[in-house]
Design a protein. Sequence first.
Length: 91
Amino acid sequence: MGDIKLLIPPLFEILLTLSLETLWEYWLEPNSTSTYKFVILNYLFIIVSGTNTISSVLVIKEVQNTATYILRYKSKQSITRIISIAYAKKL
């Protein structure tokens, strides 16, 4: 089950990128005056750009642990110290 969780984000990202490229190629005419098409494609581009980060935070447990520790930590320390503390808490 762990290996499947690692394969789902890249497959989802590939499908979103493929759909965006297809829409850019066939849905958007060169002399189109529709503002809605441009807005929809821009929002889809933003979603595709953030998919890797969002899926990594949601699926990979080590990233979840580190992200939650960074967000909850109150005092100021270096990032390497915070990351090492997050991994030490996991053990």
